[in-house]
Design a protein around this ligand. Structure first.
Ligand SMILES: NC(=O)c1ccc[n+]([C@@H]2O[C@H](COP(=O)([O-])OP(=O)(O)OC[C@H]3O[C@@H](n4cnc5c(N)ncnc54)[C@H](O)[C@@H]3O)[C@@H](O)[C@H]2O)c1
Length: 289
């Protein structure tokens, strides 16, 4: 175990994970703790904050869980005051908060109130939190910023257009900030998950049992994501030892979905179609057709 941890080079370093009370953020906070890091969590939900606090303490992680709304500049200032007061440094920031807020409707039926809500929870908080984090990261000699994006930033998703637009903006934020901060030894990268079981996305239970086999055909790696999948990518990007020359990049944590495009397995488990509701792909010649 000691050898495995020294490969990461993260033991004793300090991380802040926003939205670390549930889902991908919670899995990331716990994995960072297992890597020997000191972990701060910002979480808006009191019950989730209490649950994360108890879990990190039980795992003997040197931790700080702050109830805060990272969309608000004043709350972010209070959060960083607490992190600095407790740990005196910051090495890794994970901007994990993000939510489609349940809005699934044609773009022409969406409205400005919804756009502003989606902006605040998917992009604005990254600006507030990152701006507050940079001086602390710089003070410690550099570090890593990891932004949670989505696979939907790299393909079209109908009925979730504004969410996808703000997530696509994270790519620009990540790339440009990486260029700006390279000389400060601060690396900036992103993680883009496909559908991942979390508090927000209860993917597996929503698929009727009789259709679960579809999931195996849909993803080249035949399952939904779990929080630990994205947490693993964040851990890699947090580690200067492993990803010290990686900046401005996005890791797709998608079970191969983007590479597959529309292609998926036929029910025989061997052949493939890009016309998934029928048994042919319209491209491969079929005898007699
Ligand atoms: N789960 C997926 O399928 C999926 C897919 C692609 C991208 N993502 C992205 O991954 C990230 C994490 O998603 P998740 O599914 O784990 O989310 P989640 O909703 O399960 O967990 C997010 C946590 O953030 C907290 N939070 C929300 N708003 C906050 C705020 N303003 N301040 C502080 N805390 C706040 C929530 O209370 C919750 O505990 C998001 O950016 C999301 O867009 C998730």
């Amino acid at each position: 175990m000691a050898d495995e941890l020294s490969i990461l080079g993260l033991a004793g370093k300090t991380a802040l994970v926003t939205g670390g009370g549930a889902g991908i953020g919670r899995a990331t906070a716990e994995l960072f703790g297992r890597a020997g890091m000191r972990v701060a969590v910002a979480e808006i939900d009191a019950a989730r904050a209490a649950d994360a606090r108890a879990a990190l303490v039980a795992a003997n992680v040197d931790s700080l869980v702050v109830e805060a709304d990272v969309r608000r500049a004043d709350e972010v200032a209070r959060l960083f005051g607490e992190v600095d007061g407790r740990f005196g440094r910051l090495d890794v920031l994970v901007n994990n908060v993000g939510d489609y807020l349940g809005y699934k409707k044609p773009f022409e039926e969406s409205n400005e109130t919804e756009w502003n809500e989606l902006y605040a929870v998917n992009l604005l908080h990254m600006f507030h939190v990152t701006k507050a984090a940079i001086p602390l990261l710089r003070r410690g000699g550099g570090g890593a910023i990891v932004n949670l994006s989505t696979i939907e930033a790299f393909r079209g998703i109908p009925h979730t257009v504004a969410y996808a637009a703000f997530k696509a903006a994270i790519t620009g934020f990540t790339q440009s900030l990486a260029v700006e901060l390279g000389a400060d030894n601060i690396r900036v990268n992103a993680v883009a998950p496909e559908t991942t079981n979390s508090a927000q996305i209860v993917a597996t239970p929503r698929v009727p049992p009789e259709n679960r086999d579809y999931v195996k055909r849909w993803f080249p790696i035949g399952r939904f994501g779990e929080g630990a999948d994205s947490a693993g990518a964040a851990l890699f990007l947090a580690s200067d030892s492993l990803s010290g020359w990686v900046t401005g990049s996005t890791i797709l944590v998608d079970g191969g979905a983007l590479a597959a495009g529309a292609w998926m397995r036929l029910p025989d488990g061997r052949n493939f179609t890009h016309l998934p509701i029928i048994v042919a792909d319209g491209y491969t010649p079929r005898p007699g057709a």
